[in-house]
Design a protein around this ligand. Sequence first.
Ligand SMILES: Nc1nc2c(ncn2[C@@H]2O[C@H](COP(=O)(O)OP(=O)(O)OP(=O)(O)O)[C@@H](O)[C@H]2O)c(=O)[nH]1
Ligand SMILES: [Zn+2]
Length: 297
Amino acid sequence: MPELVEGVVVSLIAGYYDVETPAGLVRTRAKGAFRKTKEKPQVGDRVKVKLDEQGLAYLVSILPRKNRIGRPAVANVSHVLLVISAVEPDFSVQLLDRFLTFFSWQGVQVTIYLSKSDLLGEEKLKEVKDQLAYYQQIGYPVYLDRAKLAEELPGKIGPEDIWTLAGQSGAGKSTLLNFIKEDAQQETGAISTSLNRGKHTTRKVTLFKLGEGFLADTPGFSSIDLTPIKLTDLASYFREFKALSSGCKFRGCQHLHEPKCAVKDALKKGKIAQFRYDDYLAMRTEIEEGRIPEYLK
Ligand SMILES: Nc1nc2c(ncn2[C@@H]2O[C@H](COP(=O)(O)OP(=O)(O)OP(=O)(O)O)[C@@H](O)[C@H]2O)c(=O)[nH]1
Ligand SMILES: [Zn+2]
């Protein structure tokens, strides 16, 4: 009786799929019949693997995919570590809001890391910190300290979780990834083999074990496209709006000119930041007109 096990595709190498299973890492080939179908297994896919009597392993099916994001693409991303720089490129809540909205739409949770805070003067840094405090308050974990992030990250990655990095070009994704990998390597010698393998496949993506799940071993991605978002859904991706929307008089309230709107009420009282609301309006226009800002391309 051939044995069927479930696992996660952690890398693609010359026609082979390496699958992490409860029994360890298994190098598999896609089954002939399955290869003919259009669907190709991707890194991050949960798959079923059949082990035959000769000890050969075949990837026989892909379980339903939750999402597929980034370049190179990773399937089933559960969390993004969003790197946003204090300078070069300059910190901007507009940029941050667009990333957060995109990931919310994709059903991905976000942890924010502010890079290059060392390059900012005290006064400017305080401004940025104040703005980030708002995001923390609405539920996004925020880190400014790289060492603290690297230390706490493994504990945040639960079983089945797949994390990847994202952020604007030059934000510091590679720098952070290298730091995290070094830190992880010092903690556990066990993952060093998969880390080394990753080094030779920089254009491809590899998942390495971190915490109880995985972190993608690539600098992640910098471009996102918001234009496919349905306009009437946009407000639901602003988490503090969503939390309040049950208090709006109208179901499906877009928080524009509707009477008795809980979101506009909170805005007036200063509970919702004006910059968030302004961004909501700006993004509505962008989606309506089908254009996205230059820095997101
Ligand atoms: N001072 C300082 N410099 C940093 C920090 N993080 C990154 N840098 C520098 O910022 C530059 C860009 O960093 P990368 O890590 O290459 O940025 P990236 O996000 O991977 O960029 P892309 O590959 O273009 O997407 C490099 O010169 C880094 O050395 C930081 O926390 N402080
Ligand atoms: Zn409303």
